[in-house]
Design a protein around this ligand. Structure first.
Ligand code: SF4
Length: 368
């Protein structure tokens, strides 16, 4: 059994219709619950909930402060390689795009890591395109072993791997893995992922199952907002989270909300989401689940991030460069997508401080 078997029990169109059919009464019912279920969640992400955004934001903010205090964890991505054998139509690193390809050497990785360390970060997120030979298991294991002594936590956003490989990476010090399904619409998934290993919907969907079996401490999920009807994709993300929390209860979970950004492929979103609607989604997730970490990246504008982080978010990236070598090596490789919030980590920390929040650069030490 895996989440693939669970997903088979649901029909995309029926789920979509039931979300759009939710009424004002359903939203009020959800808002009056102490513990919401997935049916209430449909109401909270439905068009009927739009007039209740203020109430949702209040409830979400309170729940976040009760569980996490007034803290925001800061993280930064380190892009190790932009080589990729997949052809995702929405991504600048797609195999189809004629861009300079770079995979950092050990020396370059260390230079980048030290530049990041000087900014104050103790959490590091390693990112690569998906390329078995250039940036596969062996390369990643080398990078983790190289960097582990310098950072408190190392997370990755790389190609999906086997349970055994995840187990070995965990033993080398890997803390968290982020793997986004992009869309849960199985039929249309093919249109966005026409070639390469990522074209295999089931293998990607079952990656969090393999992570749970490998005992990875934290698992990050998300869909790429803008590919399909976002309300339906967000609901399926919540279904996935609920399944994983019940099945692999020892792991912690995190949700991200990437919106499609301009990139070298020039792909346009099929369905845009407004700022108000994205806030509605963030609040709905917090009302559904008081334990999950909610993260907001530099894809979002400074104005949006400054207003929204208090209302449910627990982690933010800062000072991000989305090309390999972007911090110190300057290879001029092309970035994966345009960063919207260009502020330095110190500027983000000051902004949080002004709003009486604490920036967390490191939240725990490994003791075993
Ligand atoms: S989204 Fe990931 S897998 Fe797809 S082309 Fe970009 S880097 Fe490669």
């Amino acid at each position: 059994m895996s989440f693939f078997d669970t997903l088979k029990q649901y029909d995309w169109e029926q789920i979509k219709d039931s979300i759009y059919a939710k009424t004002e009464q359903d939203v009020l019912h959800a808002l009056n619950q102490t513990q919401c279920g997935l049916e209430d969640f449909k109401a909270l992400i439905s068009p009927a909930a739009a007039p209740f955004l203020e109430q949702m934001a209040q409830k979400s903010m309170l729940a976040t402060q009760q569980r996490f205090g007034k803290t925001i964890q800061l993280y930064v991505p380190l892009y190790l390689s932009n080589t990729c054998s997949n052809s995702c139509v929405y991504c600048g690193f797609s195999h189809q795009n004629k861009i300079e390809r770079v995979t950092l050497s050990e020396d370059q990785i260390l230079k980048e890591a030290m530049a990041i360390k000087q900014m104050g970060f103790e959490h590091l997120l390693l990112v690569t395109g998906e390329h078995q030979k250039e940036a596969g298991f062996t390369y990643l294991m080398g990078a983790i072993e190289l960097l582990r002594p310098h950072f408190a936590q190392i997370s990755v956003e790389v190609q999906p791997m086997s349970t055994e490989e995840y187990q070995q990476l965990r033993q080398a010090g890997l803390h968290a893995v982020y793997v986004y399904q992009e869309t849960y619409h199985q039929e249309n998934y093919k249109n966005y992922h026409p070639a390469g290993k990522k074209a295999n919907f089931q293998y990607r969907l079952e990656t969090p199952d393999r992570l749970g079996k490998a005992g990875i401490h934290k698992i990050g999920l998300g869909c790429l907002i803008g590919l399909e009807d976002w309300r339906s994709d967000i609901w399926h993300t919540a279904l996935h989270l609920s399944y994983l929390e019940k099945t692999y209860w020892q792991s912690r979970y995190s949700i991200s909300f990437p919106r499609l950004r301009p990139n070298a492929g020039g792909f346009q979103p099929n369905m845009a989401i407004s700022d108000r609607e994205l806030l509605q989604v963030i609040c709905a997730f917090r009302i559904l689940n008081q334990e999950v970490e909610l993260s907001l990246s530099t894809r979002e504008s400074p104005t949006f991030r400054d207003h929204v982080f208090k209302l449910g978010i627990t982690a933010m990236s800062a000072g991000s460069k989305t090309e390999p070598g972007g911090y110190a090596v300057h290879t001029k490789a092309l970035e994966q997508f345009e960063v919207s919030d260009q502020r330095s980590p110190q500027e983000i920390e000051s902004m949080l401080h002004e709003k009486k929040y604490e920036a967390v650069w490191k939240d725990w030490d490994r003791y075993m």
